[in-house]
Structure formats: C-alpha cells, structure tokens
Ligand binder design. Structure first.
Ligand code: SF4
Length: 401
C-alpha cells in the first residue's frame, strides 16, 4: 500500500474509543478434533499447575493500562474445568484488571463436558454469555469431525444453558463437511434456530495444514466438497438465517434480532461484543498459551506450549513468544481486511481520518470493478462486500494491497 499522506494524528485507528477485550486461552480438551489447529493438549495432569501459572500471568499483567468491558474464556475447552476453577479464573481477572460493571463474560463450552449444575455454577462465577461448540446435530457429521458429543448432547447443553438463566447464548456450527447436502445443512440450521440462541457462528470447514484431517485429505481418504457447493451452502446460510431473524454482521457471525419496546428490530445487543473488538482494531490482551494480544501498534503472542508457558511464569517472566510492531502500511492492510469481513464494511471517513489518505481516491477503480461483478456494494459513506464477495474475501482483500 502507498504510504504517502500519513500524518501524525493517524497514530490510532479506532472508530471511537472502545474499552479493551481480555481473552484467556484454556489449552485443554478431552480429545483433539482432527480438523482443529487451535493449541490444546489432552493431559489433564497439567490442570492444577496451569491454573497457578495463569494466576501468575494475570498478576504480572496487573499494570496494563487498559480498561476492559469483555472477558472471553476460550480454548481449547474451558468447560473441562469445574465451577470452582472457572470462579477462580474470573475472580483473579477481576482482581488483576479494571473490568467494567456490566462486562460481557463469555465461556466456551463443549456439549460433551457440561451438566446443568456446572452451567449454573459458571453463572454464579459471573459468566453471563455461553458459547456452545455444537458444530452439527447430525451424528454422521459429528463422527467425521471427531466430536466427543452427540446431537442430543448439544441440544441438551443449549436447553440447560437456558434453564440455568443465560440470556446470551451462542452456538457454533460447521458447514462444508464432505457429502453434506443443502437439505442436511438446512436441518442443522433449523435445529439451531428452533433452540432460539441469541447468536450463531457458522464456519466453513477448512483443512488447516498439519492437522490429521488435512493429512487424510491429501491421502484422498475423503473428497472435500467442491468450491461451488461450499458457496451454495454459504449463500443458503445467509438467506435462511436472515429469514429467521438472524442478522449477519461478520462473514461467519449472525445475531438474533430483538424487537424493542418501540417495535423496532435491533440485533446489536446480541452481537459478540468481544469478537467485534478483533474486527474493529480495539485493543485486546490475550493470556494463556498461544494467546495473541494487540495494543496498537504492537501485536504479541504467548508460547503455544504449556510447558514453556509455565516455565517462564515460574521464573516470574511473561511467557511471550514474539512481538511485532505493525507499520502504518501493515495497519492499513489489516484495516481493509477486517473492514471487508464485516457487513457494515469500511467507512471512508474513519479510514481517511486515520491514515490521512482518500480511500475512494486510492481504491475507487477497484471498488467500481468489484461492484460491477456484484461482489461489493458502495454507498456515499462506505463500501461492503456482498455475500458473494465475502466468499472471495482473501483474493479481494489482496487487490487493496
Ligand atoms: S474441542 Fe474445540 S478446541 Fe478442542 S480440539 Fe475440538 S475443536 Fe479444537
């Protein structure tokens, strides 16, 4: 990207000052799913030492100059921990950081690891949002994905979360599984919306290098769905969910519309407040093995290794693996990529103000070309990808570099 025109006031790229997000990575699962490339191990003997190390990491970060309005405990499978351990994590976070009243506190759970009692206990610990890794309600799909739970377990987990009193529940689903038909995917979507969650994340199955599933794919043990079929499923998702009151606000994320007292529909409050920070250049601090942080202009991340993580902390040292400082060029590239992921798109004024450039002046021709192909929609103040465009996000973002 052209650096010309950057000016001094373009130090921070915030669409309005937002409180930061705190992420805690729990690096444990009961069993590794073959498609997953998130860092986690299955050895439960590390649990107690890890909890101590995490408390140390929080204490060492106590001085950080950030105010948080979200805490997201993800993984891995945080629900391998009981209520007491989650309570300890939330409590230590509250004591170590400035967490605002009314903060969104999310816990990721795997349906194969929860009970009604456990969910109630998490709520008492201060968790007010539950994100459930359902992935599918179909047993053949769940078998292919190597999940530890059944569709019935997933259904029960959602119902238990509701009876435990959670008013903000998100479900993760995966589409693009080999042999998946539109009818079978629609059955998953239907089962999900019937449960009435506030939020849905629909991810397309990807074959990440180094995962067992990718190795199986290379050996041609199964045939991935064609790109065309995956596109059809994605378009089916957007259409079906919008017909059922779920508004797409990011490429994979949908929030349920609430009807307010005035009769107006609004999906804003059901969006993931925490994840939105990742897409809007808001600072976030990540703790736990492999967790990433971003405090403009720096990005840094922890060792993706529980042993190294605990060793560093035992010596009173932050378990940082690497740190990089993003140039304005890199920030601008990132801003385009993150903006295009969201249905609200890129606001020209905010972009221009941040970087001291004219977005329309720089990219007018590219935008016109994309509009002509039905991949982008532009209005006076902003541009955003269409559903078709979102499927080609990476190649479209590359045009802006
Ligand atoms: S449970 Fe979640 S984090 Fe653990 S291996 Fe499976 S997909 Fe990955």
């Amino acid at each position: 990207m052209n650096k010309k025109g950057f000016n001094e006031h373009s130090k921070r790229f915030l669409f309005g000052e937002q409180p930061a997000g705190l992420y805690i990575h729990i690096p444990f699962c009961l069993k590794k799913c073959p498609y997953c490339d998130f860092y986690s191990i299955t050895d439960a003997s590390f649990h107690p030492a890890f909890l101590n190390a995490l408390s140390t990491e929080m204490r060492l970060n106590r001085g950080v100059d950030l105010v948080f309005d979200t805490l997201y405990v993800g993984g891995g499978t945080p629900s391998v921990f009981n209520e007491k351990s989650i309570d300890r994590i939330v409590e230590t976070a509250r004591r170590s950081f400035k967490i605002l009243p009314g903060a969104e506190i999310t816990l990721e759970v795997n349906p194969g690891t929860v009970t009604l009692e456990k969910l109630k206990g998490y709520r008492r610990a201060g968790v007010n949002r539950i994100n459930i890794g359902v992935q599918s309600f179909n047993s053949v799909n769940l078998g292919f994905l190597g999940r530890i739970h059944s569709g019935r377990d997933a259904d029960l987990a959602v119902k238990w979360a509701q009876s435990a009193g959670y008013k903000n529940i998100g479900l993760d689903l995966i589409c693009g599984i080999p042999d998946q038909t539109t009818a079978s995917w629609l059955r998953d979507l239907q089962a999900a919306v019937e449960l009435g969650p506030q939020h849905l994340s629909c991810y397309i199955l990807s074959f990440e290098p180094g995962t067992p599933m990718d190795r199986e794919r290379k050996k041609e043990r199964f045939k991935p769905l064609s790109e065309g079929r995956v596109c059809d499923l994605f378009e089916t998702t957007v259409k079906f969910l919008s017909e059922h009151g779920y508004v797409q606000y990011e490429i994979s994320n949908f929030a349920r519309e609430n009807i307010g007292g005035s009769g107006l529909k609004n999906a804003g409050e059901n969006r993931s407040r925490h994840n939105t920070k990742y897409w809007t250049f808001t600072p976030y601090l990540g703790l736990g093995p492999s967790a990433h942080s971003f405090i403009e202009p720096e990005r840094f991340w922890n060792h993706a290794d529980v042993g190294k993580y605990m060793q560093d902390l035992a010596r009173g040292k932050l378990p940082q693996a690497e740190k990089e400082s993003l140039s304005l060029d890199q920030l601008m590239t990132e801003a385009v990529y993150l903006g295009l992921r969201q249905t609200r798109g890129i606001f020209f004024d905010a972009f221009d103000e941040k970087f001291g450039v004219s977005f329309r002046g720089m990219f007018g021709e590219i935008m016109a070309g994309l509009e002509e192909k039905g991949l982008m929609e532009c209005s006076q103040g902003r541009c955003a990808l269409t559903s078709k465009g979102m499927l080609a996000l990476d190649s479209i973002a590359a045009l802006f570099i």
